[in-house]
Design a protein around this ligand. Structure first.
Ligand code: ADE
Length: 496
């Protein structure tokens, strides 16, 4: 009877893999034929028990069976799916046997799931690496494109009556859209640098000659290359021909001793910057009016979007100051340095603030820039900061204007309250906390032109940016005044 049970069990289930569950030496220690086991689903069970040397539990095709075995060797079943087998050697040790929590079948799938997950992860990493390479390559290509594009010389259109016309003549011949790249490079290399006329953090300005004509060459310091990119981009993409905006001739990038040289070639103005000019020259009220009007006109041109085929977006300068304004022989001024400018097109709904790490000149910063309340995403904000700076430039000019035989020394704005090269905090204290404004000499109020300009200045310096005048309003007020008083334009020209 006992042997029959065992035979059935052996045929049905017994396995080799069961041995893996136990220490083989321990199993061999088991005494022979004296173990009573739980018996289930087995026709040889007597009261659900049986006798043997080993107890066995099997799960075959989801059917549980319990029984007895005479020897260890019979604990062998072929390893196949859907089968689980467990041998043990103490009384009723198979009573509570069951499939362990981690089903070997499931474990097998786990391995596959893990494999799929790892493969997916590797695939994702490959895709990410591919995207990164693609992005870097596109970025490099775009950078190259900008370099190529910005080094294209664009044609200056229109005539500057106060400037040698050779460039205009040369540049307006042909298609009128710019010189070919090679011609432009050739031209840049034909310039002879004659004398350095300015030096600063930005780099140097040289007077050079090209075909016997003077040109100004601004050589950018390597740390200010973003200003070169920006200025070149603006001059090349925006129609900026205006008598009160510095005339552009060429932009070039060259390599010298493994370092990059960035050149901006413009019209040369022998009187230099307004800052330099005011150091040694005084003005009469009419000349003052002419200068102020020309600067306001230049700013109106920058600030205004023109909608036509030859149109332009609106531009805010962001670093307006007397050092960035040049004096022309006819007594008018022109605005220079567009390295920090922001571009806005209402019609195309875009605001391009560029990516220049440079900031404006602290001395000329508006209160909202100093207290950092400026709304950097609103183009109007930048125009309002230009107006603040315009007021300061007008103040510098009026100090050097003779009224009733009185004139003041040249001084930079806020000279009386901050040191030279003031810090951001020093300017903030004066402009935002103390709300100090440059003082206006009494003599200005006794002259119709100067008192009108004094009133404009005050209205450029409102703490609230939106309360300030617009460039257009400044120009209109000055030009209306100019017409009202019927000044002789010839008298406005500087006697040089
Ligand atoms: N200083 C800076 N730019 C200049 C220019 N274009 N002409 C003369 N002097 C300058």
């Amino acid at each position: 009877m006992k042997s029959e049970v065992l035979a059935v069990l052996t045929v049905l289930v017994c396995s080799g893999s069961c041995l893996q569950c136990y220490d083989r030496a321990e199993l061999l220690k088991a005494k022979e034929g004296i173990v009573q086991c739980a018996c289930e689903n087995n026709r040889n069970c007597v009261n659900n028990t049986c006798w043997g040397n080993y107890c066995i539990y099997t799960l075959v095709d989801e059917v549980e069976r319990r029984g007895c075995l005479p020897s260890l060797e019979q604990c062998h079943v072929p390893d196949r799916p859907g089968l689980y087998c467990d041998c043990c050697f103490t009384n009723f040790c198979n009573q509570n046997s069951s499939v362990p929590k981690e089903d070997p079948v499931e474990g097998k799938y786990m391995r596959e799931i893990l494999l799929v997950a790892v493969s997916l992860l590797v695939l994702l990493m490959v895709i990410a690496a591919g995207c990164l390479i693609l992005w870097l390559r596109t970025k490099r290509q775009r950078h190259q494109l900008v370099k190529d594009d910005t080094s294209m010389l664009k044609v200056p259109i229109g005539v500057d009556p106060t400037y040698g016309d050779i460039f205009d003549e040369f540049c307006t011949s042909g298609s009128g859209t710019g010189l070919p790249y090679l011609v432009q490079r050739t031209m840049a290399r034909q310039i002879s640098l004659v004398e350095c006329v300015g030096k600063g953090r930005y780099g140097e300005v040289w007077r050079g000659t090209w075909m016997g004509e003077s040109v100004a060459v601004k050589i950018f310091s390597s740390r200010d290359e973003q200003s070169w990119f920006r200025e070149t981009e603006i001059y090349n993409t925006v129609q900026l021909r205006h008598e009160n905006i510095l005339g552009f001739i060429a932009s070039d990038m060259t390599s010298k001793n493994s370092s990059t040289q960035l050149w901006l070639v413009t019209h040369f103005h022998e009187l230099g910057s307004l800052y330099d000019f005011l150091q040694y020259r005084t003005l009469d009220p009419e000349s003052c009016l002419c200068m102020c009007l020309s600067i306001a006109s230049g700013l109106v041109h920058l600030h205004t979007e023109i909608l036509s085929t030859q149109g332009k977006p609106a531009i805010a300068h962001r670093d307006l100051k007397s050092r960035n304004i040049l004096v022309k022989r006819n007594g008018q001024c022109c605005i220079a340095d567009l390295g920090l400018a922001v571009i806005h097109s209402q019609s195309n709904d875009y605001l391009d603030v560029g990516n220049n790490p440079r900031v404006g000149t602290k001395r000329y910063m508006a209160p909202e820039v100093l207290d950092e309340s400026i709304r950097v995403d609103v183009f109007e904000s930048y125009k309002q900061t230009d107006i603040w700076a315009l007021g300061l430039v007008l103040w510098e000019i009026t100090r050097r204007t003779i009224v009733n035989g009185i004139v003041e020394e040249y001084r930079p704005p806020f000279f009386d309250v901050v040191p030279s090269d003031p810090s951001f905090e020093e300017m903030k204290k004066v402009v935002c906390v103390d709300q100090y404004r440059p003082s206006l000499h009494n003599r200005l109020h006794s002259h119709p032109i100067l008192s009108a300009i004094a009133k404009i200045m005050k209205e450029c310096w409102f703490q609230s940016p939106s309360a300030r005048l617009t460039a257009l309003r400044v120009r209109k007020t000055i030009s209306k005044f100019d017409q009202d008083h019927d000044y002789d334009i010839d008298k406005l020209k500087l006697d040089l």
